[in-house]
Design a protein. Structure first.
Length: 158
């Protein structure tokens, strides 16, 4: 599968790229279906690099997650961001150098670490840094969830 264009996130005033794609609610009164683009994204949202058909721009401010802009198949009515109260889940922000995979050829890109932010109904409830291992070790630990959980708990992570 083609590597997918990441959604964008402003975190502590700094831009970041998210490897997770929070849903856009189709029934929200301020989020309308309607295709629009702007440079440099116009060619991406219609390509195989963006199967979801849009790129979301998000911001975490004062412990709350906001949707600030959408390019592609939706748009936000009005100029104010929309608090993402519909979203509960984890946001993953890759950080560091690529230690495995090739972004030109698929989803299996692994970076040195990930910032993981747990969101519940649009509110940040927890965040931590997950250090990634290349190759053999990453695959082995992912198959043994008990050991993975013990290692994470010993580092003060969930």
């Amino acid at each position: 599968m083609t590597y997918q264009i990441h959604d964008k996130l402003i975190l502590s005033g700094e831009p970041a790229s998210m490897a997770t794609f929070p849903d856009i609610p189709r029934d929200h009164p301020r989020i309308l279906e309607g295709f629009h683009t702007e440079p440099p994204y116009e060619s991406f949202v219609t390509s195989t690099a963006c199967y979801r058909g849009y790129i979301g721009f998000w911001e975490i401010r004062d412990g709350l997650l906001f949707l600030t802009k959408i390019i592609g198949g939706f748009e936000i009515k009005g100029s104010q961001p929309v608090q993402a109260t519909w979203f509960s889940g984890r946001l993953v922000i890759p950080q560091g150098k690529i230690i495995e995979g090739d972004p030109c050829f698929g989803w299996d890109v692994v970076r040195e670490r990930d910032l993981v932010i747990k969101i519940r109904k649009g509110r940040v409830v927890k965040q931590w840094v997950r250090v990634n291992c290349p190759g053999f070790f990453r695959r082995q630990f992912s198959r043994i969830p008990v050991i993975g959980k013990l290692v994470l708990k010993s580092q003060g992570q969930p």
